[in-house]
Design a protein around this ligand. Sequence first.
Ligand code: COA
Ligand code: AMP
Length: 628
Amino acid sequence: MASYQSIYDFESYHKTAFWLAASKLIDWEKPPKIALDDSNSPFNLWFPDGQLNSCFNAVDRHVIAGHGEQTAIQYESPITGMEASLSYAELQQETAKFAGMLYEQGLVKGDRVIIYMPMIPQAAIAMLGCARIGVVHSVVFGGFASAELAKRIDDCKPKLIVSASCGHEPNRIVHYKPLLDAAIKQSKHKPNRCVIYQRDSVKAELVENQDLEWAEAIEHVVPADPLPVMSYDPLYILYTSGTTGQPKGVVRDNGGHAVALSWSMSNIYNVHQGEVFWAASDIGWVVGHSYIVYGPLFAGCTSILYEGKPIGTPDAGSFWRVIEKNNVKVLFTAPTAFRAIKRADPDGSFITNHNISSLETLFLAGERADSDTIKWAQNHLFVPVLDHWWQTETGWSICANPVGIEQLPIKLGSPYVPMPGYKIEVMDDAGTPVAENILGSIAIKLPLPPSCLSTIWGADDVFIDKYLTKFPGYYESGDAGYIDEDGYVYIMSRTDDVINVAGHRLSTGQIEEVLASHPDVAECAVIGISDVLKGQIPLGFICLYPDSQRPALQISTEAVALVLDTIGRVCALKSVVIVDRLPKTRSGKIVRSTMVKIANGEPWTLPATIDDPAVLDEISDALIKQLK
Ligand code: COA
Ligand code: AMP
């Protein structure tokens, strides 16, 4: 049996051979002879001469191989009390009909479709249906509000939008149709059509000449066959938060993505055809794209699509119930889900009510996994609990413990070691690699391995500017951390304004833009502070215009509501603190990191470049007053 190290080294010295061998994990219309074309670096092309179809690889080929009756997607919705199984044969029919509908609506390869949906099987059908004919999908997380949706509509200019009548959250129904209509009203670009899936619980009112009901739209269409596309043709765009309020559209190709994900399923997760894989995330995030939809289906697994929460739907035993019922072999979720379960059921008594012996490994990602949570999960599940690190930009893990190759020794606090193709360096600010155990910015040497972003949609300059400029020849991850003496990587924090709220990536800059739009707000700052459940939550500071006459409490309540209504409740902003001034350096930069320490009650030192030290005391006093 090859070791992790031998495989990693083999890739380093024989990149072409490694990835051409990996490319055989999928079916190609035209198999590639070339692994990588880096003649136009950084716009590298993986398997540039290969042609394939991602939907064919995720669906049809398993039917052809005789697995048509196997469940492809198992829908578990404790929130609505529904469950359903969709076999590979059924998924083939449904994606073919959806793709046929797209043709009928005049879409062709390269056109874009936005998918704004709750966690129902139709969301996966829509994604795969697009992929079937080379239409580029862009899923917008259902927890985002109209303004965020409108930004994405204007950026990727979809010809068609797919949505549903509603989503179900524990305490309310989310009516998507009014949100969608408001977004279309706000956006400059208008889609030709919206296809609305009517759920039993809510029937949305359709807009004439704009909306079509899903069931009617696909009723009489001619099912479409998979259309081979070039490996480098875009499969999807997924928007993610950066420094500003303008989300970045990460572009993912077809071939590199299919190869890397297929490799990861057997080598990282150790799951194979016929086994059950569950990523308890949302299709609106990269984890949902890679490991609810594409990865498990490329591998011929059964994938669980879970519409519910780890607790409260109805209780902290939901995960164990789903694992027992479906013989889940691998569970993948964010640490915050386990923090929620641990808090609701500290003794793990719900676990003992279920037979979860099918579970072999728990993978965590999306945010830093704290040791307490990992230990709790280990002690109650009796399986390896393995953190791994990745980003929307990469689409699969940069670092992991690849149990499909060998399980490396456990180290709490580390998401383990680089996967093949990722050459990681920790840099100081001048771009010089630092020694082991020294904290710095984490950079990845170019070329990035397959499945990593090929560019930012419509903005090659942003791709170069944001990721490739600070450390020439490297991709700047935006994360800070260190590598220990055994080569284990540790991710400690972000180097930019991104915060991680319950595993959801948000930009403080984006929240600041909304706060600043309030008519009474002259200036503002948003920081991410520690939260026992969600890891981080945002906290806003606002300075009012001197002539503002309205009650402060009213303004702060309005400001919070404005953020939740504009970005979505998922950003979990609970309060803003009104202050007279913001602490700044002499060059005018707000000293956010010191504000974070003050708000977290951690020791802090006066930044050398602070303009007026008294402002930090004012911040501290305002926080104490607010807490009272
Ligand atoms: N559509 C509409 N609203 C949504 C939504 C969606 N798809 N997803 C979340 N929201 C809303 C919630 O209703 C909630 O609104 P509220 O504050 O009015 O109650 C708000 O956004 C925050 O949601 P959430 O982050 O889910 O927090 P929560 O307090 O409801 O639950 C956890 C906390 C820990 C249980 C939850 O965050 C969780 O299950 N996390 C799992 C991690 C995860 O999936 N990460 C994704 C990346 S791997
Ligand atoms: P997203 O693009 O939404 O997947 O968020 C990616 C970011 O989440 C990373 O850049 C990290 O900041 C954080 N992240 C993801 N996984 C981990 C992990 N295992 N440990 C620490 N941070 C993580």
